[in-house]
Design a protein around this ligand. Structure first.
Ligand code: N2P
Length: 359
């Protein structure tokens, strides 16, 4: 994933440029910047990611009523999407899931003519290998999976997964409740590429996972910050935006990109093939792409904002939050996930089995 490392390196130090290349053509559906006949939008998004105030302001401006459902993992979202038969107009998959949904012909092509604000997205984020040219997806937020440490409680240095998952921290650890993420940490700790998922490699990392998971106190993908904040746990492996919120309010919460490497995610907005309101979905995406709207999202959920015009509006405190925008030298060891096809099910089975205490 060299190209991704280059992409992020190219973004650091942060550019204040507000314009990238113009959309290339108006190919795709004929959806223009108009609403569908029915003023509705069914949005299926990650929990704690799109502020309700942003949704309400969109409704005030357009009259389009948004009904929101939340998910906690890509796998949960895909399962419900495929079972839902056209229930959703707009979804929020991560990069590897965009890749899978494109492969399975589940997404509607984006109509760039309906997205006048698309140039606000950094050009680097518009040529990502999972969907080069944003034919089917528009980056919403990027971020990292890393280690958050309450430094008032944990005094020894924590640099990587090996320092988190030790008997000394038994019962004091929170992790994301996400099989793909958890497995990737064990891959990284065993010096295996996080996308090199094969039955043999899954067997190789199994002993690591069997050592690690009994040490965990809390599994939480929705709000892992809560158990850290409440003092239920002392450290954990969490989404960068969650750690950024903790650090913003209390500097004792440090964020570390694991020494072994970890996941750099790019979460996007995409329109399912069966969407009933695709034009409203385009209107919502274009609204989100406005610098002042995207800035509000960053304020509430401080992930790595791919919208360079919005980044230019952030305060110095926001842009120097090390969980949102980690040190440049740490970023090259982070990688995006790729679509694993059939192997994905094997990951779920393995984690379910180990959580249940199986062999
Ligand atoms: C937001 C979750 C971020 C998703 N609550 C990471 N892919």
């Amino acid at each position: 994933m060299k190209s991704i490392r280059h992409l992020i390196l190219a973004l650091v130090p942060l550019t204040l440029a507000t314009c990238g290349p113009k959309p290339t053509s108006a190919a795709g559906s004929s959806a223009g910047p108009t609403a569908d006949g029915e003023k509705k939008l069914n949005l299926y998004c990650w929990s704690e990611y799109i502020p309700q105030s942003v949704i309400d302001d969109f409704t005030k401006e357009t009259g389009i009523k948004v009904s929101v459902e939340n998910f906690s993992s890509n796998e949960e979202m895909v399962t419900k999407l495929l079972a839902g038969g056209g229930k959703y107009d707009l979804i929020q998959p991560s990069e590897y899931t965009v890749e899978a949904l494109i492969r399975e012909n589940q997404l509607l092509p984006i109509n760039p003519a309906a997205l006048s604000n698309l140039p606000n997205i950094s050009s680097e984020f518009r040529s990502m290998p999972y969907d080069a040219g944003n034919k089917f997806s528009i980056p919403y937020m990027a971020g990292f999976v890393g280690i958050c440490v309450n430094t008032a409680k944990v005094k020894e240095p924590v640099k990587g997964f090996g320092d988190v998952f030790t008997p000394a921290h038994k019962g004091r650890i929170v992790v994301l409740d996400d099989a793909r993420e958890i497995t990737s940490w064990a891959f990284a700790a065993n010096k295996l590429g996080i996308n090199d998922v094969t039955p043999e490699n899954l067997q190789k990392v199994k002993p690591t996972l069997k050592k690690w998971l009994p040490l965990v106190k809390v599994y939480d993908s929705d709000s892992p910050k809560t158990s850290l904040k409440n003092g239920d746990v002392d450290l954990g492996v969490v989404w960068s935006g969650e750690a950024a919120l903790l650090y913003r309010d209390d500097k004792k919460f440090a964020f570390v990109l694991p020494s072994e490497g970890s996941h750099l995610f790019v979460d996007s907005l995409a329109i399912p093939k069966m969407a009933a309101h695709p034009q409203n979905a385009h209107l919502f995406i274009n609204y989100i792409l406005r610098p002042e709207v995207s800035r509000k999202i960053s304020e509430a959920f401080p992930y790595y904002n791919p919208n360079s015009a919005a980044r230019a509006l952030l305060t110095n405190e926001e842009i120097t939050n090390p969980a949102s925008y980690p040190p440049a030298q740490d970023i090259p060891r982070m990688e995006t996930f790729r679509d694993l096809g059939q192997q994905a099910a094997a990951i779920d089975e393995l984690i379910t089995q180990i959580k249940a205490g199986g062999k």
